[in-house]
Design a protein. Structure first.
Length: 371
């Protein structure tokens, strides 16, 4: 059980993230029946417009927790079997022996061995994850590029495998989740976006959450500032962007209040069945894009912080925008936050990203909020 929240300490921790270098940060924390909405800094560095807790924001890979839930609702309906090979459903997209070896579960938990397509779609990121050998040119070049999903999947499937199907640690890959979108379409006959919206977003009553169809964030929002390890100086605004490069793997727009509501309902068995939730919470080690090992289930992270116990949720990043949403195992404490700066770490002479004061301040905020 968590202790009683100190709102003054929470605001101070949020202010510290802003003072460490994030232009703007906002959050909602739920402590039992009490809700605290807090913000620090600016939404626009040119005008000084302040951030506010109710702003809409691109939340990146938190989207995967929604897409996974849509797949698990089809599991509940006996339309999808988690341990059936993806080649059974999508033989043309993942053909031959590989399609028979990779299961739906392996796509959900990133143990498929399928590489991420992004370095192949964005030429200046071809050296990823060796970030020192990348440039952010492709980010700007593709601001209004519409990527067909099947072309992105083909790039990921054609790339060298990152491991044998089912082997651990898995390697985080957006290719997996675009394939899951195609799976949803194959079994429902509707677009993945429509299924996720009806079966998950609307079911949860999330009025400020959507999978975008245009390049802009509608409603009050912050600009999204991308640094790309200091290669954009000053950081560049990417809040207007065609999100087809990730689609329902990472394109969701939401608010911190909607994220808390969603994970509260998901983890209490009100979005998917308790049997499906049990499957969702079966974790394995996965290597994330930053090289760190995470405990990943079926679209869900298991996070254990010193002195705070076990929490479930997800984090996410897009160009210029980031978010974190965590809920304690007992459901008593929730934190959802958003920041409007990404990849703030700088490279040393050897090309290795170095710790930044933002890292420590953000970790301290999470501990303060969840302890």
């Amino acid at each position: 059980m968590t202790g009683r929240l100190d709102p003054i300490a929470l605001q101070a921790a949020l202010d510290a993230v802003h003072e460490a270098g994030v232009p703007g940060i906002f959050a909602e924390l739920r402590d039992g029946r009490d809700t605290f909405s807090v913000a620090a800094g600016v939404a626009d560095t040119e005008t000084g417009r302040p951030v506010a807790p109710d702003m809409r924001h691109r939340v990146g890979s938190i989207t995967k927790a929604f897409t996974a839930a849509a797949v698990l609702r089809q599991f509940d309906a006996d339309e999808i079997d988690l341990d059936t090979p993806i080649g059974h459903y999508l033989p043309r997209l993942v053909p031959d022996e590989r399609g028979q070896a990779i299961t739906v579960r392996m796509l959900l938990n990133h143990t498929s061995g399928l590489a991420d397509y992004l370095p192949h779609a964005y030429p200046s990121l071809a050296a990823w994850p060796l970030v020192a050998d990348t440039t952010p040119d492709s980010l700007a070049d593709n601001r209004f590029t519409h990527f067909p999903r099947l072309e992105l999947i083909a790039l990921g499937v054609a790339a060298p495998a990152t491991g044998a199907p089912g082997s651990t640690p898995g390697i985080y890959s957006n290719t997996n989740y675009l394939l899951l979108c195609e799976l949803l379409e194959a079994v429902t006959g509707e677009s993945a976006e429509k299924v996720i919206t009806r079966e998950v977003i609307e079911r949860a009553g999330l009025t400020d959450t959507e999978l975008p169809t245009g390049t802009r964030i509608e409603g009050p929002h912050s600009r999204h500032y991308e640094s790309w390890l200091g290669m954009f100086e000053p950081p560049r605004d990417f809040s207007v962007y065609d999100m087809s490069f990730v689609g329902p793997a990472a394109s969701l727009i939401s608010t911190v209040a909607d994220l808390n509501r969603y994970f509260a309902l998901l983890l209490s068995g009100e979005i998917i069945s308790c049997a499906a939730l049990t499957q969702m919470q079966q974790t394995n080690p996965v290597i994330a894009f930053d090289g760190k090992t995470i405990h990943y289930g079926l679209g869900l992270h298991r996070v254990e912080l010193p002195g705070t116990g076990v929490h479930w949720g997800h984090d996410g990043s897009v160009w210029g925008g980031g978010a974190i949403s965590l809920t304690s195992a007992d459901g008593h404490r929730q934190l959802s936050l958003a920041v409007n700066l990404q990849r703030w770490n700088r490279l040393d002479a050897a090309g290795i990203p170095q710790p930044h004061p933002i890292d420590a301040a953000l970790a301290s905020l999470v501990r303060t909020a969840l302890a």
